[in-house]
Design a protein around this ligand. Structure first.
Ligand SMILES: *Cc1c(COP(=O)(O)O)cnc(C)c1O
Length: 502
């Protein structure tokens, strides 16, 4: 299996190279030349496998330059931290033994070290990179540089900590992250990690990192130190491919718990930001997972809802800060991969759309492509009030607590069912523990949080619901602070060089 670019004709490259390179030289994203197929018989074998086995099996379909042993090792190392044996359990919200109402399964993707779904990919990516370095004969260390507004930084730190031949450095805005997010980062252990606060906002941190990436002098200096820069952002193929596995695992869970029969179609609903998670569901569908519809759930930053309804992608709009911050995105980068596949690999057309997006902030897809998307996608958005309403409603009905992002998915699904009367079984992607968004969750449950700080809110939520606090969040108040560095934005490059020397 080789990888090509969404924007021009390039010589196909191996998956190891695509993962190390991240982005194609033409600015396009790497995609597999062909989407591999799996048979129903193969899917029928999955209920017998562990999550690690399903993950290694799935990776083997796409990363054909890795050996089965290497992929098995990656899966073991990636998921041994996950604090439940199922790794990614599916909580059945609507459970009706007489099967009169079809099940809604909430696929809990957040049992990893940072209690959010990005762990599923970011626990795996460092190992895929480490093995890729060996495969291409690279002896330099790679230094992952991240600017974060909160969650991605911690998930990347947790993933790369102590992985051989890698280093990771995270910059965050000194006053631009929550108290919990800051504590999570500055208590990160590991010989190869560095966390530095930047005096400024997130844009300052991000601009600083981008400058370092494009600075030839710094790259040269790093080169002399035996270090190469790389990034771990969500368009890297090595972050996308581990996510495809859990849709198969979720389907297998449904079979195991007798909710569906092998071959029966399901609906998948996904709370969407950068379009990575739902794109993974699309790949699963294209590979042969029996899927009837993919529901793209958004918050009031509903650029995708409008796109699927009209065929026009228009980022020129007001930006809202919401209680689902991980979905506050106006450019959903991974959509480019979907358009590439559904246009039959028409890279010229994709290049045109992306140029228009860059120059005008919008593009319109042609009717043929739009009709194809309509066959499989349904898009819906929900307001802040609706999100909170569903947290309360699901908690009151099932004693099951959703975080805000997961509630957006369930609320969008409810709208879909209301409009279409389609009661096909559903797997809904649950992307964060409710303990990550305590203030919004507590206020949805009508609890008073005036004057209660972030850490105390965790205990308040625990007192009220009795729900177990994720291990790493429970330890936060006593964890040792290891990173206290602060710098100005024009000192970032210097800090990178200093850390590279270490
Ligand atoms: C990143 C994130 C999302 C959005 O996922 P995409 O792959 O960017 O669409 C949703 N929920 C949470 C909690 C996230 O961290």
């Amino acid at each position: 299996m080789k990888y090509i670019s969404t924007r021009s004709k390039i010589t196909p490259i191996s998956s190891a190279k695509a993962i190390l390179q991240g982005l194609a030289a033409d600015g396009g994203l790497f995609v597999p030349e062909k989407i591999p197929k799996v048979s129903l018989e193969e899917i029928g074998e999955l209920p017998k496998k562990s999550y690690e086995e399903i993950s290694a099996w799935l990776l083997g379909k796409f990363l054909t330059d890795y050996t089965p042993d290497e992929l098995g090792e990656c899966a073991e190392l990636a998921y041994n931290w996950f604090d439940v044996s199922a790794r990614i359990p599916v909580a059945i919200l609507i459970h009706d033994p007489e099967k009169k109402s079809p099940p809604v399964g909430n696929m809990e993707l957040w049992h990893g070290p940072t209690a959010a779904f990005k762990d599923v990919a970011l626990q795996m990516l460092p190992h895929l990179m480490r093995i890729a370095l060996k495969k291409v004969g690279e002896t330099k260390k790679i230094l992952i540089l991240v600017a974060t507004s909160g969650d991605t930084g911690k998930a990347a730190l947790a993933g790369f900590a102590d992985v051989p031949q890698t280093k990771i450095m995270v910059f965050y805005p000194e006053d631009g992250v929550s108290k919990i997010q800051k504590l999570q980062m500055i208590t990160q252990t590991g010989e190869n990690v560095n966390v530095t606060a930047v005096r400024g906002n997130f844009d300052d941190a991000q601009t600083g990192v981008k400058k370092i990436f494009s600075d030839k002098k710094i790259r040269g200096d790093l080169n002399k130190l035996g270090v190469k820069l790389s990034s771990a952002n969500s368009i890297n193929w090595g972050r996308l491919v581990p996510q495809i596995a859990y849709y198969f695992a979720g389907y297998a869970e449904f079979i195991k718990s007798n909710q569906i029969k092998l071959g029966e179609k399901i609906i998948i609903s996904v709370p969407t930001g950068n379009f990575g998670n739902i794109l993974a569901a699309y790949y699963a569908y294209k590979m042969g997972l029996p899927v009837k519809k993919l529901i793209c759930a958004s918050n009031v930053n509903n650029v995708l809802t409008e796109f699927f309804a009209t065929g026009v992608y228009n980022r020129n709009r007001k930006f809202f800060k919401t209680i689902t911050p991980s979905m506050d995105i106006l450019i959903s980068s991974n959509l480019e991969r979907l358009l590439f596949h559904e246009s039959g690999g028409d890279f010229r057309q994709i290049n045109r759309y992306m140029t228009e997006l860059n120059n005008l902030g919008k593009y319109k897809i042609d009717k043929k492509l739009k009709d194809r998307l309509d066959k499989i996608f349904y898009a819906e958005y929900v307001t802040e009030d609706e999100t909170k309403l569903f947290i309360k409603r699901v908690y009151d009905s099932f004693k099951y607590l959703l975080d805000t992002h997961s509630a957006v998915s369930i609320a969008a699904l409810s709208k879909y069912r209301g409009k279409t009367k389609d009661f096909t079984p559903v797997l809904s992607a649950s992307t964060a523990s409710p303990y990550k968004f305590t203030s919004a969750v507590l206020s949805a449950l009508e609890k008073n949080i005036d004057g209660v700080d972030d850490l105390a809110q965790i205990n308040l939520l625990n007192d009220f619901t009795g729900l177990r606090i994720p291990k790493n969040l429970a330890n936060l108040s006593t964890a040792k602070i290891l990173h206290e560095d602060v710098c100005d934005k024009n000192e970032m490059a210097e800090r990178v060089l200093k850390f590279a020397e270490k």
